[in-house]
Design a protein around this ligand. Structure first.
Ligand code: ADQ
Length: 447
């Protein structure tokens, strides 16, 4: 095999290059070990004028990171508008909140063409190219137009809706036709694969679409959780609980994660099961993301208000039911926080996979495992039936699940956790990447 070329909107930050975090960077770090690799994408920086579009290269531990800057106009139209205010909500089954402008579509193609222009000269004929996510759907086609002949695969990290939702996108057929230029299209779940297959059937196309559910590095995360339980910050959390049960939520502040619905569910739980009042603490960690997008700003205001309302209504002078943190928490602390928790609330309204559910499972231990409450609408749900599965729109179902989790006997918790841990241990990030790449290598060459 020649080199492996990874392309994603954002290239890992210099810190992540040395110590990879998150499913994607960890999974790929394992695959790129021993293979000559290049990772291409946006630097995360803004710069104006022609200089912004020059490629900067840095090699760390055998991987070359090649980045370009974007102008603030490109960033706004390609990233904030088209990618995150149109494709993201639509693919998460939310056509009611999309915004579409033709100029944004033009900017989206413009940045994909720019990526192709800058990447093509760096390529060799036997390179294998793996493009990631919804920001870069037309990149494969753009590379082909520039004479690139090697294998090019694409992985969609977010859900894929059925044709009846997809067709709301004014440029749906154009984008799907562009996506069909890849030799292999990977999605998270069988449902996503069926939905995309249906779209292509309507269009009379038949590209290769397969499900490759992404995983985590469970041993690494478990180790991190164990290694840091003695950390002063983790001790501070433990001591502050004073024997109360800990319910944890960890998400990017995003409407797809069902944070408002989760808080309503927790409030219903406090009302219906008053025996738990003062006996539990819900720590929700939700650092803001995509703050330039209006829907995210509105959600943040609503969350501030709802947390204040629930705390004001149910708190006592020596107990507050919700601790709500919008500052990011370092990953090693997060792992140990998960380990301390008795229950994790993972209730997205729709999620490609949801790695937090898997991380919570990896961080627990057999002696006294916590319980995972998981939305049916997370891509992780079909493979995690031993979680307490809930419909996040049903606040009473969340309330019931919380009560069930907090009162579940040890042997039942162990039984569920062992099955979940086995699944998380089998389907790792490294396995995911290997499966995708070997299927890509075996795929028929594109015409
Ligand atoms: P995300 O929407 O970002 O990813 P998710 O998979 O849950 O969602 O999380 C990604 C990572 O970010 C996890 O490793 C998690 O620990 C970390 N993270 C999340 N919230 C955090 C917080 N508050 N503080 C610190 N770290 C936090 C997209 C798709 C998902 C899919 C992934 C991978 O939306 O459905 O699972 O890609 O394919």
């Amino acid at each position: 095999m020649g080199r492996l070329i990874i392309v994603s909107n954002r290239v890992p930050s210099p810190h992540e290059r040395v110590q990879p975090v998150g499913g994607l960077t960890v999974g790929l770090a394992d695959v790129v070990r021993g293979v000559e690799s290049l990772w291409f994408g946006w630097s995360g920086q803004h710069a104006e004028g022609a200089a912004a579009q020059d490629v900067t290269c840095e090699t760390v531990a055998g991987v070359t990171y090649a980045t370009i800057d974007l102008t603030s106009a490109q960033h706004e139209r390609y990233y904030e508008h088209f990618s995150n205010d149109l494709i993201w909500p639509l693919f998460h089954y939310r056509p009611g909140i999309i915004t579409y402008h033709r100029q944004d579509l033009a900017a989206y193609y413009g940045v994909n063409d720019l990526f192709a222009d800058r990447l093509a000269p760096l390529l060799r004929p036997d390179d294998t190219i793996w493009v990631h996510d919804y920001h870069l759907i037309p990149l494969g086609q753009a590379l082909r137009a520039r004479g690139v002949t090697g294998k090019i695969g694409f992985f969609l990290h977010i859900p894929c809706p059925p044709w009846s939702v997809m067709r709301v996108l004014p440029c749906a057929e154009e984008l799907l036709r562009a996506m069909a230029a890849y030799d292999l299209i990977g999605v998270q779940t069988d449902e996503d694969a069926r939905n995309l297959g249906e779209c292509y059937e309507v269009m009379g196309l038949d590209p290769t679409v397969r499900a490759f559910p992404i995983g985590i590095d469970p041993r690494g995360f478990e180790q991190e959780a164990k290694d840091n339980v003695g950390d002063p910050e983790v001790r501070r959390l433990r001591e502050s609980l004073r024997g109360r049960k800990l319910i944890i939520g960890v998400d990017r502040l995003d409407y797809s994660k069902g944070l408002l619905e989760r808080l309503h569910g927790y409030e219903a739980f406090l009302k219906r099961f008053p025996e738990h009042l003062r006996g539990v603490i819900f720590v929700q960690i939700a650092p803001p993301s995509r703050e330039g997008v209006a829907n995210y700003q509105a959600l943040r205001r609503e969350l501030d208000e709802l947390v204040g309302f629930v705390n004001g209504k149910h708190a006592d002078f020596d107990w507050t039911p919700i601790r709500y943190l919008t500052q990011p928490v370092p990953r090693h602390l997060l792992a140990s926080f998960h380990r301390l928790a008795d229950v994790a609330l993972v209730t997205p309204l729709r999620d490609g996979m949801n790695l937090v559910a898997k991380e919570f499972v990896a961080a627990q231990d057999d002696a006294d495992p916590g319980v995972l409450i998981l939305s049916h609408f997370a891509g992780a749900a079909p493979d995690m039936p031993e979680a307490l599965l809930v419909n996040p729109y049903d606040t009473d179902e969340i309330a019931d699940a919380l009560h069930q989790a907090l009162t579940m006997p040890l042997d039942a918790r162990q039984k569920r956790w062992r099955a979940l841990r086995a699944e998380v241990g089998l389907n790792t990030a490294a396995e995911w990447a290997k499966r995708f790449l070997s299927t890509l290598e075996a795929s028929a060459p594109s015409s």
